[in-house]
Design a protein around this ligand. Structure first.
Ligand code: DP6
Length: 367
C-alpha cells in the first residue's frame, strides 16, 4: 500500500487561477436551441469592455479526493442558488476534464456591475469559469501552457465549447471584439459548437470605436428566463421564418461591417432587437419583457437620430434595458443627449457607459 500512498503524494497539486471575462451584446440574436446548447441560428455579438466578471478558483487536486465545490461566493457573499448551478455544471464537465473528479474547488465570483443592473452576467461568468478550468487542466495535467498559436487556438476553442455548455451566449465571451457563433456559409471555420472571432480584415475600422450606453429601465428579475424563451422556439409558429431571417440578417450585417456601411448596420441591429421581442410576444404563452419606458426610449432615440443625423441605433437583449450603440467620435453629443433626454426614463437615472472590448484576460495575482 506504500506505493499507492506515494502516488497520492505525487499527484497532489493545488493552485489558484483567475480569469476576467466580459459580458457581450448580440447584434444578430441567438434565440432557440437544440440539445445540447446548439443554436437554432447563427448569432453575432461584440464583447464589452467594462461589464466584466472575474472568477477566481482555488483548487486542490489529489487522487484521494472526490469532486466537491467546497464554497462559492458572489461579490463576497455565499450564494447557494448559483453554487448548485455551478456545481452541476462542473459535474457535467467531468467527462471532458477527468482530473475534476478528484478536485476540490473554492470559487469566488465578482462582477464589475451590480447583479441588479439587468445585464446578463451568465455569459461573462461561464466564459471566465470555462477559461479557469482549461488553465487548471494545463496546470494539473502538466501540459505546456503554450506560446504556440495552435496551442493557444485550441485552448480558447476548448474554453468556448465548455462555456457554451454553461450558457449558449457565453461561448462568444471567450474572445474579443466581434464574435460569431453558429455555422455561417460565408465564414469558413464558423461552427455551431464554438464561437470564432470575426476576422479583423472583415470589419471596417469605422466599427472599431463602437460604444454601448446601457440604459437601465428595470433591474428586477425577469418574468421569463432566457432558457424558457429558447424552449418556446421549439414549436414556435414563426420558427422556420426566424431561421431564414437570422441567416439573411447575418449576411447583411457581415457585408455592412466589411463595407463600413453604418446605415445598414443600424437597420439590421434594430430589426433583430425588435424581432427578438416579437418572437417572445408571439410565443405560446406570449410574454413581454419590454416596459413602457423601453418604448419611450426607442422613440426618443429614433427621433434624435432623424433630427441630429448622427449614427446611433439601439438593441435589446432578453430584458427591458436599451443598449444604445454609437461611435466614439460622437461621444460628447450622444452623452449630452443621454443626460438631457434619456436618463429621466431610466430607473433611478442609472446607465452604464461601456464600449467594445478586447476580450478575457488571465489575472496573475501575487505572481
Ligand atoms: C437574447 O445564452 O442566456 O441574449 O443558452 O439558455 O443560457 P442559455 O441562454 P442565453 O441566451 C441569450 C439570448 C439573447 C441573445 C443573444 O445573446 O444572442
Amino acid at each position: 500500500m506504500g506505493s499507492t500512498n506515494s502516488n497520492l503524494v505525487e499527484e497532489h497539486k493545488s493552485g489558484h487561477i483567475s480569469w476576467q471575462s466580459p459580458a457581450n451584446i448580440a447584434l444578430i440574436k441567438y434565440w432557440g436551441k437544440y440539445p445540447v446548447q446548439l443554436p437554432m441560428n447563427p448569432s453575432l455579438s461584440f464583447v464589452l469592455n467594462n461589464s466584466v466578471v472575474k472568477i477566481s478558483v482555488d483548487y486542490t487536486h489529489s487522487t484521494g479526493n472526490e469532486f466537491r465545490l467546497a464554497s462559492f461566493t458572489l461579490n463576497g457573499q455565499p450564494n447557494h442558488v448559483f453554487a448548485s448551478r455551478i456545481s452541476g455544471y462542473m459535474q457535467a464537465l467531468i467527462p471532458f476534464f477527468p482530473f475534476l473528479s478528484h478536485t476540490i474547488l473554492n470559487i469566488n465570483s465578482h462582477s464589475s456591475f451590480p447583479h441588479s443592473a439587468g445585464i446578463a452576467s451568465s455569459a461573462a461568468a461561464f466564459s471566465a469559469l470555462a477559461l479557469c478550468i482549461c488553465s487548471m487542466e494545463q496546470e494539473v495535467g502538466g501540459k505546456d501552457a503554450g506560446g504556440k498559436t495552435t496551442t493557444e487556438d485550441n485552448f480558447f476553442r476548448k474554453a468556448s465549447y465548455m462555456a457554451r455548455l454553461g450558457s449558449g451566449s457565453a461561448c462568444r465571451s471567450v474572445y474579443g471584439g466581434m464574435v460569431v457563433w453558429g455555422k455561417v456559409r460565408e465564414l469558413p471555420g464558423s461552427s455551431d459548437e464554438v464561437a470564432t472571432t470575426l476576422d479583423k480584415g472583415k470589419v471596417n475600422p469605422v466599427f472599431s470605436t463602437l460604444r454601448d450606453a446601457i440604459l437601465i429601465v428595470d433591474d428586477g428579475r425577469k418574468e421569463v428566463s432566457s432558457s424558457a424563451g429558447h424552449a418556446m422556439m421549439q414549436h414556435h409558429p414563426y420558427r422556420a421564418t426566424r431561421i431564414k431571417q437570422a441567416t439573411a440578417n447575418m449576411r447583411r450585417i457581415l457585408q455592412a461591417l466589411t463595407e463600413g456601411n453604418t446605415e445598414v448596420f443600424a437597420e439590421v441591429v434594430e430589426e433583430e432587437a425588435l424581432s427578438l421581442h416579437s418572437l417572445m410576444m408571439s410565443s405560446s404563452p406570449g410574454f413581454i419583457l419590454m416596459r413602457p419606458n423601453t418604448l419611450y426610449l426607442i422613440d426618443r432615440i429614433r427621433n434624435f437620430r432623424e433630427q441630429s443625423g448622427l449614427e446611433l441605433c439601439f438593441t435589446l437583449d432578453a430584458g427591458p434595458n436599451i443598449h444604445l450603440l454609437y461611435f466614439e467620435k460622437d461621444q460628447q453629443q450622444i452623452g449630452a443627449f443621454i443626460r438631457e433626454s434619456l436618463l429621466t426614463l431610466c430607473k433611478q437615472g442609472r446607465w452604464i457607459d461601456d464600449a467594445m472590448g478586447d476580450g478575457p484576460v488571465r489575472i496573475l495575482e501575487g505572481r
